[in-house]
Design a protein around this ligand. Structure first.
Ligand SMILES: CC(C)(COP(=O)(O)OP(=O)(O)OC[C@H]1O[C@@H](n2cnc3c(N)ncnc32)[C@H](O)[C@@H]1OP(=O)(O)O)[C@@H](O)C(=O)NCCC(=O)NCCS
Length: 205
């Protein structure tokens, strides 16, 4: 596959689209800063993000412009359904298709894994995110009262049928490694070699 370095170099070209690659442990400080900007008091800390990268069945990607992380997203595949764990785009470049790029990558990965469906939680007052999810075909399944704390806000659980039968091995953790993360093609080229699961810790998560 083409190298991650090439993808990042392309991101430095004026007007270039962000490139997608695996979320590496070295990205955690930048992503934590984005978390704080996007989610305020309920932002994930650096420790929580690092734990996510190590946890079983996780698959995380970042969108970069040069060396700058401008978006991130991740999923958890439990052997049946894929849960969208998070998605965020830097405020300065929202509404330019990066969220679509990230969510497309997650859902492509979920389909590769054979997930029967994708699930997510979203604040009931988060109109931009709900609009994004609805564009992909997610529908509301249920309302979860006071799901977000400390804000004390309800969540919608949304679901997208993917048609898979569920995976064979209960997760994406078995085959990935940190080196696999280096092989990244932007957007459509994101495929099985972009396996962000670096830790394969079956006890985590
Ligand atoms: C939700 C989020 C990831 C979307 O990222 P993005 O890069 O702006 O999304 P895109 O540019 O790909 O938008 C795709 C579609 O989503 C919808 N959408 C995105 N932002 C929207 C907004 N502010 N208002 C209404 N619809 C919006 C639109 O349908 C849009 O398509 P359009 O621009 O052609 O109308 C981004 O707003 C974000 O980071 N929000 C803060 C973090 C967050 O809430 N994450 C979700 C947690 S569940």
């Amino acid at each position: 596959m083409s190298g991650g370095e090439r993808a990042v170099d392309e991101g430095t070209t004026p007007g270039a689209a962000p490139a997608l690659r695996a979320f590496l442990p070295s990205d955690v400080p930048q992503v934590a800063e984005l978390e704080r900007q996007l989610f305020g008091p309920s932002a994930w800390s650096e420790a929580m993000l690092a734990g996510e990268l190590r946890a079983h069945g996780r698959w995380y990607v970042v969108a970069t412009l040069g060396d700058t992380v401008v978006g991130y997203a991740g999923l958890w595949f439990d052997g049946d359904v894929a849960q969208v764990m998070t998605i965020g785009v830097a405020p300065a470049i929202q509404r330019q298709g990066v969220g679509t790029m990230l969510l497309t990558a997650l859902l492509d990965r979920a389909r590769e894994l054979g997930a029967s469906a994708a699930l997510l939680e979203v604040r009931v007052d988060n109109a931009p995110a709900i609009a994004l999810y609805e564009r992909f075909g997610f529908v509301v399944l249920t309302r979860r009262r006071r799901y977000y704390q400390p804000e004390d806000v309800d969540a919608w659980t949304m679901r997208l049928e993917l048609g898979g039968a569920g995976g064979a091995d209960g997760g994406v953790a078995a085959d990935g490694g940190p080196d696999a993360a280096a092989g990244t093609d932007p957007v459509a080229g994101l495929d099985a070699d972009l396996d962000a699961d670096a830790g394969a810790d079956p006890d985590a998560g």
